[in-house]
Design a binder for this molecule. Structure first.
Ligand SMILES: [Zn+2]
Ligand SMILES: [Zn+2]
Length: 399
């Protein structure tokens, strides 16, 4: 990411904005610590299939097992990803990857925290076919790693390679909201699935991609980013008069709404002809504060993975991480100090209480002292930032 940022600046075509990149990386960090809070049922279903239903055809020692699994995984991914756009209940999870209005390597790390709910269903064929679990995990990891590098505007079309593989150019199309680019190019590694099933669209020089979603989020709040489509669905299901429609909301195509609700509560879609990126003015100190919190949550998520945590400590630290990203987003949204400071105060007090709790529980002093040091550094930075908020210079208003 730093290389891409430096290259963009050097070429006079920087594709990063601090607010958008921090927002994406917050969502990436949250997606990594989600596992401390919830367990999917997918693992258990996979276990049952491998125990009782799988065809005993494959073995890790055969090279073709790996090739077959690699291709089959991407085929399963294509359908998960396609329905992830076409069905509202799956879009509610996947939308987190698409809210960024920039397109760079930080967008790749912008990931959902709710994909575990239903995503596993699409990989059942791999287990039924008898692909060993370690092979599924390995090819799945390779598939995910491959998808990282295609999230850049700096790589042009790549000739013959475009025919077979997912590339920066054809994945830019996937992230664009232009009419002809919508719901296209779902492949993870291979673009051949899109060519086969009629969802391929080439990037056109005459129609540069406009990144983002049609019903823009217009906040950097990660909690809203992760929940806004679910909230829309709950509201529609609640408001509609017909029982069939209350249920249909949950299985409908993306964008479908009960007629009575659509009439009473219309939702605006962006007019792309005068599209502007969501970009509230912030002061330099808000930017510094956001980078500080980004580093803090990355260190915290790394430590959570490194030490052995009880379940409730996992939940508590996940909550600390989530609230830290949410209050930071308040500032990035240009929120007022009067509204945001009480949340920050409550969050810092909670971290002090947790540090004290871990000290009483006999934790390594390094752990609770880090908590205290973080709160002190955070409070100082907060004080400087609020002091330097200056509405005249386009900063967030104090009130
Ligand atoms: Zn997508
Ligand atoms: Zn993507």
């Amino acid at each position: 990411m730093l290389f891409e940022l430096a290259y963009g600046i050097y070429k006079g075509r920087n594709t990063y904005r601090l607010n958008d990149a921090v927002g994406s990386l917050f969502l990436g960090t949250l997606s990594q610590v989600r596992r401390f809070v919830t367990l999917g049922v997918g693992g258990y279903v996979y276990y049952l299939i491998t125990q009782y239903m799988a065809l005993p055809l494959m073995d890790t020692s055969h090279w073709w097992t790996w090739v077959f699994a690699f291709v089959l995984y991407d085929f399963c991914y294509y359908w998960l990803h396609r329905l992830g756009h076409e069905r509202m209940i799956l879009w509610a999870a996947h939308v987190a990857h698409h809210q960024s209005e920039d397109y760079n390597l930080s967008t790749a790390l912008r990931q959902t925290s709710t994909g575990f709910l239903l995503g596993w269903v699409f990989y059942i064929p791999m287990y039924l076919a008898g692909v060993p679990a370690e092979v599924v995990i390995s090819v799945g990891s390779l598939n995910l790693l491959y998808q990282y590098w295609v999230h850049t505007e700096h790589v042009p079309k790549l000739g013959w390679y475009e025919w077979v593989f997912v590339t920066p150019s054809n994945h830019r199309v996937h992230h664009a909201q232009n009419d002809q680019y919508m719901d296209r190019n779902y492949g993870g590694v291979f673009i051949i699935w899109d060519r086969l099933f009629g969802t391929f669209q080439e990037e056109q020089a005459s129609d540069p991609p406009v990144y983002g979603i049609r019903g823009p989020l217009r906040t950097f709040n990660p909690f809203r980013a992760l929940t806004h489509i679910y909230v829309d669905m709950i509201k529609d299901s609640w408001h509609t008069a017909r029982w069939q429609d209350k249920l249909r909301v949950w299985v409908a195509r993306t964008g479908w709404r009960p007629a009575d609700v659509a009439e009473r509560y219309p939702r605006e879609k962006t007019d792309l002809s005068n599209f502007t990126k969501y970009d509230p003015a912030i002061t330099t100190w808000v930017g510094i504060y956001a980078i500080f919190q980004l580093l803090a949550v990355i260190v915290l998520s790394d430590r959570m993975a490194a030490v052995e945590l009880s379940y409730w400590w996992g939940v508590a630290l996940w909550a600390v991480l989530l609230t830290t990203t949410v209050t930071t987003a308040f500032w990035l949204d240009g929120g007022s100090a009067v509204r945001t400071l009480p949340w920050e105060g409550a969050r810092l007090l909670a971290i002090i209480a947790l540090s004290g709790g871990s000290a009483v529980g006999g934790a390594d002093p390094v752990i609770w002292l880090s908590g205290v040091a973080y709160v002190v550094a955070n409070a100082v930075l907060l004080a400087v930032m609020v002091w330097r908020l200056n509405p005249q210079r386009g900063g967030a208003a104090l009130v």
